[in-house]
Structure formats: C-alpha cells, structure tokens
Design a binder for this molecule. Structure first.
Ligand code: PLP
Length: 433
C-alpha cells in the first residue's frame, strides 16, 4: 500500500498543530495561496446548472480553448490532441498506465511520480539532476544510468521532466533539455513533460520540451498553480499529433472513461474562460508570477544567510536548500537526516517543510523542500494586498513569516553554545496564524 502523499500529510499535520493552538509557519504544501482570479467565480456560478457528464476527453469548446492556449505558446495544437481531467495528477497516472516500461525520473523530483509508478508496479530509475537546475536528469548521467538499469533488468520506457521544477523551483535551460531529449529519442523513451508551473517562470516564458523536436513528448498542465485553483481540479494534456499520439489518446480515453468519466462540466466552462485568456486573467497571472518570484527570492536570502546551499528560485514557489555546509552544528544537535531536520524545525521552531527524502534524496542528505505559496496571508484581504503589492516581502505578515523562517534557521544552524536563544523565543510569537 502507498502511504499518504507527503505533501498532503504535512498539510494535515499543520492543520492539527494550528487547531491545538500551536503557531506554525506552513512551508510544506505546494499550493498557490491566492484568491480566485477575477471573473472565474462568476463563470463557475453561471454554469452550475450543467449537470450532465459530457465527453470523456472534454467538451469541444474546452479542447478548442486549450488548443489555442498551446498555440499561443509556440505549440501548434489541434483540439483533438487535448484531453481534460480532474487535475493533472490523475492524467499523469493515466499516462503512466497507458505507456509501457519503467519510469525514469530526475532525482529529486515531485513526490507523486514515484508513488504512481509504484502503484502501477513499475520500477523507477532515478538520475541525479544537474547542479544548476532540477526537473531534468543531468544529461551526462542519463545514458549511463539507463545502461546500468537495463543491466539490472529494468526496461526504461518513460522519462518525466518537470519545467519549471518542483521541488527545486528552478528552470532547466533549453540546451540541457535538448541534450536529454536527444537521449530519449535515441532510446525511444516517451517523454512526459509536466508543465504545471510553466506560466510561473519568474523571468517570463520557459522552454517547453515539446517544442524541442522529440515527437513522443506529451505535455501535462492545468489551472491549479497559475490560477491558484488547485481545489477546482482542472488539468489537461496535449498529445503529439499523428498516429502515435492518436493511439495514445485512445488508450488514455479508455482509462479516463473507467476512472473519472469526464472533468466536471462547470469546470470545463471555467477552463474555456481561463484558457481563452481575457485580459484580467493575463494580468492576474502576471501579478501572481511577480509575487511568487519576490517572496521565493526573499526566502532564498534567508536560507543562504543561514548557511544553506540553494539554487536561486526561477519558477513556481519552491526552494530546495541543502544544509550540508552547516552539517556540523546540525549533527551536534542530533540532526543527521532530512527527516530529522524537518521534524526539528516543525516541533521545536514551528516551521513545516518537507524533507528531501520525500523527493527521492538519500535519507542522510540534509535537503528540504520549502514551499512559499502559503505565506501570502490568512485572509482574502491580505492575499489581495500581497498580489497587488510591488514589494510584497515588506508587507507586515509576509515579513513576519520570513523572520520566523530566518530565526528558526539561525537557531538550528547556530554553533552549539552559540544558540541565539532570543531568536528561538521570538520565533514562537511572530507567526501569522
Ligand atoms: N505536477 C507537479 C510537479 C506538481 O507539483 C503538482 C501539484 O503539486 C501536480 C503535478 C498536480 O497538480 P494538479 O493535479 O493540481 O493539476
């Protein structure tokens, strides 16, 4: 049996702590904590009466809107290449089920790829990421890892890429993605390009692996992150044109028909509206992107100040610090694994983050996944103010959260004997809860 997804489990742990009156800074959950974009609630309300099932693949209007959306991003797409689902997570699972072979993953990578592969009885072949950015395997290690895996009896069939990446919050560059795709093409690996964060590149558009020439590349995306409506569960996939893509589409449709039947009809209306990109949607995404970038950058500054090594954030709302440079003081406190580091931060300093071990790193690697998307405020008013602010990191509640993080990090990484006691004490009372 698969354990409860680590990201959902920590969200529940934080809820339980808060319910018990314990101040907790929530850096554990990959949610864009923002209000619904203007216009979407009205569209949803107006379509609440649509109660029929509808086509498994999605309504013709939704497929048309998604095709146009991809087209505007340099990926010419026919509506027949698009398939909708209640979130991209079930689509990823259905894709793995529809495709053959073992699953090649960058390490670290998002928690659910490994869990989904395990549910399907597939082996996972992990390949370390490059030093500068995650979401792809280091190109120079890929071929060797595949050969080793095959020698051990694996049958690599699918390679999953994440651009921009969760957990590292980085964007792999086009040249490296192209090198990885060249190996995939040579080996006949199908590429699943998870682009759920593609709208949130901090420096503008990010390279889509699907534009780089390997035709067996499937893109998954959705509205959960860019429009902060994860709970509405709108996901979609773009299959390649041509006979191979059509055959995959038929298999996927078969799986979808047996599992989710169709995306909820009112959500299809939401997708049509959002994917046609009226100006207020575009403006919302632009502001959200700036907010994520600035707050992730401010958290990055705190992490580096505490002595962690951390790739600068370039997409989404994540950071993946490695505390190896301050391993000594951590070890002196009995912290020798990423799980122990996460537990210490949560139980002693009220900071919830996920251990790197949840993303495939060896237990003793002192990495954490920090998600900054829930720092924007507890109320709709605060979140709107964060979205509108040119300097959101200076808003009192975001500043307090960042100070809480900085103080907690200072406390766990200080040399023993030099424990900044006042900082620890302060950490407990600044939490916006
Ligand atoms: N892919 C990645 C890398 C994610 O981080 C997430 C959500 O956390 C998803 C896919 C799933 O998103 P959804 O099912 O909401 O579309």
């Amino acid at each position: 049996m698969t354990a409860h997804s680590a990201t959902l489990a920590i969200d529940e742990a934080v809820r339980a702590r808060r319910a018990a009156g314990l101040a907790t800074l929530h850096l554990g959950f990959g949610e864009a904590g923002l209000p619904v974009a203007p216009g979407l609630t009205e569209v949803l309300a107006a379509s609440a009466g649509r109660s029929g099932y509808g086509p498994v693949v999605g309504s013709p209007e939704a497929r048309e809107a998604a095709a146009g959306w991809f087209g505007r991003r340099g990926l010419a797409t026919e509506p027949e290449q698009v398939l909708f689902a209640p979130g991209s997570k079930p689509l990823l699972f259905a894709l793995l089920a529809a495709l053959e072979g073992d699953v090649v993953l960058p390490r670290p990578s998002w928690v659910s790829y490994t869990a989904q592969a395990a549910l399907l009885g597939r082996r996972v072949i992990e390949v370390p990421i490059p030093a500068d950015a995650g979401g792809i395997p280091a190109p120079e290690l890929l071929e060797l890892s595949l050969r080793r895996a095959e020698a051990a009896g694996a049958r690599p069939g699918v390679l999953v890429l994440t651009v921009p990446d969760n957990p590292t919050g980085t964007v792999a560059d086009e040249q490296r993605i192209a090198s990885v795709l060249a190996v995939a093409a040579r080996r006949g690996l199908t590429v699943i390009s998870d682009e759920i964060y593609a709208e949130l590149g901090h420096r503008g558009p990010v390279p889509s692996p699907a534009t780089l020439g390997w035709e067996q590349t499937v893109v998954t995306s959705g509205l959960s992150k860019s429009l902060a409506v994860g709970g509405w569960r709108v996901g979609f996939a773009r299959l390649p044109a041509g006979p191979w893509g059509r055959r995959l589409g038929e298999r996927l449709t078969g799986i979808a028909s047996e599992i989710w039947s169709s995306l909820a009809a009112p959500m299809q209306a939401v997708a049509v509206h959002a994917l046609r990109e009226p100006p207020e949607i575009t403006a919302y995404v632009t502001r959200a992107r700036q907010l994520h970038a600035r707050v992730a950058e401010a958290a990055h500054t705190r992490l580096v100040a505490a002595g962690a090594r951390c790739r600068p954030p370039r997409g989404g709302f994540y950071l993946y610090p490695d505390f190896a440079p301050v391993g000594r003081p951590l070890r002196a406190r009995g912290v020798t694994t990423s799980a122990a580091l996460a537990t210490t931060l949560l139980e002693r300093h009220g900071v919830a983050a996920l251990p790197g071990s949840a993303f495939g790193d060896p237990a003793s690697t002192l990495t954490l996944r920090i998600a900054t998307g829930l720092l924007y405020g507890e109320t709709e008013r605060d979140r709107l103010a964060a979205l509108a602010s040119p300097e959101p990191e200076g808003l009192p509640w975001i500043d307090a959260a960042l100070r809480h993080l900085g103080d907690a990090l200072a406390a766990v990484t200080a040399r023993p004997g030099a424990q900044p006691r006042d900082a620890v004490a302060r950490a407990a009372d600044v939490v916006p809860d």
